[in-house]
Design a binder for this molecule. Sequence first.
Ligand code: FMN
Length: 257
Amino acid sequence: MLTTEIFEKIPDLKYVESAPETNAAEFEKVIRSRRSVRVYTDEGIPEEVMRTCLDLSLLAPNSSNLQPWEFYWVRDPQKKAQLARCCLNQPTAATAQELVVCVARLDTWHRNCRLMLERLKTSDTQVPDSVLTYYQKVVPLAYGQGPLYLWGPIKRLIGSLVALTRPLPRGPASKSDMRVWAHKSTALACENLMLSLRAYGFDSCPIEGLDSRRIQKLLNLPRAAEICMVVSAGKRAENGIYGRQIRFDKSDFVFEV
Ligand SMILES: Cc1cc2nc3c(=O)[nH]c(=O)nc-3n(C[C@H](O)[C@H](O)[C@H](O)COP(=O)(O)O)c2cc1C
């Protein structure tokens, strides 16, 4: 099972999904006008807009399509006030029209792998054998860590021996690997949420200045449900942005090698 050949072959499929025309200028406007907003007006966000933005969040790319995320749109006024308190009563949370707790799940991949297999087996389009093999065999091996994550060191040892002679994914092989794994995909979905809100004329702010344990308790979440960030949302107030957007010289960050 440590072979990686199934990744190499291009399957011979009939499925075609053509790319629609897009508007780069409008997309760039959405990206450039997204700012972290710290004070919101009293204007509410229509329920349908919130629902659409949450739907669009779920379209983010994610690792092995195992969708290790959850989004809690906190609508109960009392819970929302408690959540703002858990976000240290930062104005972006305290003045937000809406607050969404974005959660990275370390433990839902089993269920989602099963759901993937169900979907693939009942798909009306051709499914390559390699994809079925991936979810039946590779996923349990790659993401399974055993009780108390005990398989991790064994996986890492065997993996590093095999990787002496050829490329092989080195993880996830520990709880911290699984945390990084789940948070990566969840953060991408958070960006979808924030850009979607901007596209609909609303604003947002990602929040990690928060008490994650208290939020887990507030939402009755297990320990394997980690708070990735809270996203506040609303319409920017006149004093809602604290200054011009600052980015450092791109030569420090973008490399052509
Ligand atoms: C993971 C993450 C956590 C953040 N947490 C907070 C926060 O707790 N409070 C806050 O006011 N801004 C928070 N921010 C917003 C950043 O400060 C902001 O994105 C950064 O200063 C750049 O500004 P811009 O988003 O307007 O471009 C957070 C951003 C990210 C990505």
